[in-house]
Ligand binder design. Structure first.
Ligand code: C2E
Ligand code: CA
Ligand code: CA
Length: 568
């Protein structure tokens, strides 16, 4: 038989001669010969050794016996296409030994052609590269985050080292973006770690889609990511692009929700002298961005240092304020539009610190949510508001209902309903005079648990309202699932009434929607007669706003509101 390997220089060996050569080769080369269908006709000793099969277990068998399942079908289809044409094929293949272990071989397959120029057998020559593969894998693991596949902190350190020296050598600048997920704790604790992990994976994928080739996103820590940008003229553009990937909701498992991030940016060497300082200042800028709530980015400014010290201090201060009863509640009256009577009030948190001055709740509530103080604050507010309301109703013979704002984090915490029950028992407040406001955002983390919680609160006799309605993205379908009683129209819509636009249309739509669902409507932030008239026209039940009264301290509420009501 004349063997004419197409890719070999026309060397003529008999099959027997080849087999002898391969058998004699006492090297690490792994050799197999198969017929045109892939049936094994010959293996050398080394083949047996690595595959852990005996020769007689191999010869006569289909070569697919060694398939590991690692490769896609198309991988082998391509291989067969190549060798079927009589061309040599090279590749790295993962095989499975008899004991189930995997090994990697660098493989060359040489087709041997018959007189009609058709391959009639194949010789495969392989070298074991398992060790190299493992090293590659180990290096990959060492420098990549297991969950998201993004380069990790170690890799980031290398990159920063590199950029630092580059910058020192040729004076080029680069920017470091510190990206932090807002309220990640909320997602993680509320929906569970698995959903939290899946969210981070999806987030990493979205980040990767921005920067596909240059690998400049790093996972720094649980929900912290870092982005390195060499072209500092594109800082704003890139920050906006990163923020924009959060405009779309995350659909994870059966949940759909929105997430937001805060980005702090620091430029080397303009705003930092060392890598540590670069990271520290980007972190400071990130905190500054966070305090503005929502998707936001901020460039580091030198005076932020003081701000950051303030923030570090803030946690301690807030702790103390809570412990020493330095927080205060103000009350804004709620008016029945039909009768003009005051039917209740919303309790709004106030904090005055002797160093920091007045801190608006919009600034410290998000912070309290981040640092985990929000639940204690919520309990404090509920207790304080209940004591006050019970007192007022008793003294003035009224039936005022107090509305308390509860953070989404708090309401989804274990034991929330038990805590409310305890507060009711302790303060003796009539539960029908208690209302709990949850934001539309809480509903997005829709869980059976929240529906159940609301049901249990209602069973206690408490009224439940949806705050800031229209600002989140809750769909009507969501709303229908929650057994709530009241919708609070966000101030932004009320303000749109006079600015023209679609304000009136929106207001009338929200009111008729609420009524169709048998919900009462409260409009907040009413500042003038014109707004009031529109709200009255469309049948809004209750209003709150500066037009009637700003939130007042308990004393002022007693003096300016209750004493006057009483004297009528
Ligand atoms: P919110 O629940 O939407 O409260 C209404 C906000 O609008 C209050 O701001 C109130 O003072 C203000 N406001 C009322 N009427 C008018 C008006 O006619 N015009 C204008 N421009 N504003 C008006 P505040 O007290 O600064 O509270 C801000 C946010 O902080 C609240 O928004 C609420 O989300 C949160 N918050 C306040 N107290 C608490 C609390 O005890 N617990 C929790 N979790 N959040 C609270
Ligand atoms: Ca509210
Ligand atoms: Ca509101």
């Amino acid at each position: 038989m004349n063997i004419a390997p197409s890719s070999f220089n026309q060397a003529n060996y008999s099959l027997k001669e080849l087999q002898d050569i391969f058998s004699a080769l006492n090297s690490s080369i792994i050799v197999a010969i198969t017929d045109r269908t892939g049936r094994i006709t010959f293996v050398n000793d080394h083949f047996c050794k690595i595959s852990k099969y005996k020769r007689e277990e191999l010869v006569g068998q289909d070569h697919r016996l060694l398939n590991s399942g690692f490769h896609q079908k198309s991988f082998f289809r391509e291989m067969w296409k190549t060798i079927g044409k009589g061309e040599m094929w090279n590749g790295e293949v993962c095989n499975r030994a008899k004991d189930g272990s995997l090994y990697w071989v660098k493989t060359t397959i040489i087709p041997f052609m018959d007189e009609n120029d058709k391959p009639y057998q194949y010789i495969a020559i392989r070298v074991d590269i398992t060790a190299q593969k493992d090293i590659k894998k180990i290096t990959h693991i060492a420098y990549h985050d297991e969950l998201t596949g993004l380069p990790n902190r170690r890799k980031l350190e290398q990159r920063l080292e590199y950029e630092f020296h580059q910058s020192r050598r040729n004076g080029e600048k680069f920017a470091l973006f510190f990206i932090d997920v807002n309220r990640f704790k909320h997602i993680n604790d509320g929906l569970g770690h698995i959903i939290g992990d899946m969210f981070l994976v999806e987030m990493a994928n979205r980040l990767r889609s921005i920067d596909f080739t240059s690998n400049s996103f790093y996972r720094h820590n649980s929900d912290e990511f870092v982005f390195i940008l060499n072209d500092t003229s594109r800082i704003d553009e890139m920050a906006k692009e990163i923020l924009s990937i959060f405009h779309e909701s995350f659909i994870i498992d059966t949940y759909e929700f929105y997430a937001s991030i805060s980005i702090g940016i620091c430029v080397f060497p303009d705003q930092a002298n060392s890598i540590e300082e670069l990271l520290k200042n980007a972190d400071i800028a990130m905190y500054a961005a966070k305090t503005t709530r929502g998707n936001y980015y901020k460039l580091y400014l030198p005076n932020m240092d003081d701000d950051n010290d303030k923030w570090l201090m803030l946690e301690t201060k807030l702790h103390q304020a809570l412990k020493k009863d330095l927080l205060e509640l103000h009350y804004q009256p709620k008016i029945d539009l039909k009768t003009g009577a005051i039917v209740g009030m919303e309790a709004l948190l106030r904090w005055y610190d002797s160093d920091l001055g007045h801190l608006p709740p919009d600034r410290f509530i998000p912070f309290a949510e981040e640092c985990g103080l929000i639940n204690d604050i919520g309990v404090w507010v509920l207790r304080k508001a209940s004591i006050q309301t019970h007192h007022w109703n008793k003294v003035y013979g009224l039936n005022l209902q107090v509305a308390v704002n509860i953070s989404p984090i708090h309401i989804s915490a274990d034991g929330f309903v038990d805590m409310v029950r305890d507060v009711i028992a302790e303060t003796k407040i009539d539960p029908s005079t208690l209302e709990i406001e949850i934001t539309e955002m809480s509903m997005l983390d829709y869980t059976e648990k929240l529906i159940q919680t609301i049901g249990e609160l209602k069973a206690l006799g408490i009224t439940i309202s949806i705050d800031d309605f229209g600002t989140g993205y809750a769909s009507l379908n969501y709303l229908k699932k929650f057994p709530v009683d009241v919708l609070k129209i966000d101030r932004a819509f009320v303000q749109d009434i006079i600015s023209g636009k679609s304000g009136i249309a929106m207001i009338s739509a929200i009111i008729s929607l609420a009524h169709a669902m048998e919900l009462k409507v409260v409009a907040e932030g009413v500042e003038n007669e014109a707004e009031l008239n529109v709200l009255r026209k469309y049948g809004c039940e209750y209003v709150q706003g500066y037009y009637f009264s700003k939130p007042l301290s308990a004393e002022d509420f007693t003096m300016n509101i209750l004493e006057k009501v009483d004297s009528h």
